[in-house]
Design a protein around this ligand. Structure first.
Ligand SMILES: *[C@@H]1O[C@H](CO)[C@@H](O)[C@H](O)[C@H]1NC(C)=O
Ligand SMILES: *[C@@H]1O[C@H](CO)[C@@H](O)[C@H](O)[C@H]1NC(C)=O
Ligand SMILES: *[C@@H]1O[C@H](CO)[C@@H](O)[C@H](O)[C@H]1NC(C)=O
Ligand SMILES: *[C@@H]1O[C@H](CO)[C@@H](O)[C@H](O)[C@H]1NC(C)=O
Length: 177
């Protein structure tokens, strides 16, 4: 009886295996597909960069990150609302992201507009960034809505590593049972 229950041919076990793998896939995919943007690329968060131009050709998706790299003795990272972004008013930040290290990570975990400025007068010189965070795009139009692979929702390059990882996990399960 013991041996029977551990057999790989048991439909219950197969069902559990399938559930486990689906959970693993769901856990792995959002992690590898999130993008961490270094604000201002190799120039970082500083004066004399037009962040409107930097952000213009980029898509910011839910659960991406902004990484502000800057001179901690000079500038800071404040999230403000649109009114205060337009006016460069640093007196009522919604969130002060400045931790003191000159390296601050902002999780873009809500689909909305985010507005960042530097206080200390630098916003007036153009040190301000507005990003619009969107939901991940739907799968390509050629795929039927319901039956498309869940993997096709995400940035293409992660599909192969994910499939390999799942194959490895599957292999381990087969060996254990
Ligand atoms: C932003 O906050 C200020 C107060 O600091 C308020 O007067 C203004 O109406 C707010 N603007 C928006 C768009 O919420
Ligand atoms: C933001 O937080 C930092 C670190 O706690 C602090 O030094 C700074 O004064 C704060 N800035 C504002 C505008 O609140
Ligand atoms: C988004 O992240 C901020 C900062 O870590 C956190 O305070 C907030 O609760 C998060 N919101 C959601 C919807 O996860
Ligand atoms: C940044 O570039 C945009 C688009 O070219 C322009 O409208 C804006 O005035 C510039 N901002 C600054 C601070 O120069």
């Amino acid at each position: 009886m013991e041996g029977q229950r551990r057999g790989i041919e048991s439909p219950t076990l197969l069902f559990l295996l399938t559930c486990t793998m689906l959970m693993l896939m769901l856990m792995m995919i959002p992690e590898v597909s999130a993008t961490r943007f270094i604000v201002g690329a190799n120039q970082g968060w500083t004066t004399n960069v037009n962040y409107t131009i930097w952000a213009k050709d980029k898509h910011f998706y839910l659960d991406d990150w902004l990484y502000f790299v800057y001179d901690r003795n000079m500038v800071d990272v404040l999230e403000v609302n649109k009114t205060n972004y337009d006016a460069c008013n640093a007196d009522h930040p919604l969130h002060n992201w400045t931790t003191g290290a000159g390296r601050d990570v902002v999780p873009l975990n809500v689909t909305r507009h985010y507005y960042f400025i530097s206080g200390k007068g630098f916003c007036y010189g153009g040190m301000k960034l507005a990003v619009h965070v969107e939901k991940l795009p739907p799968p390509p139009a050629s795929l039927p809505e319901k039956s498309g692979s869940p993997l096709s929702n995400y940035h293409g390059q992660i599909v192969v590593p994910t499939v390999l990882a799942i194959a490895a996990v599957w292999d381990i399960f087969i060996r254990i049972w």
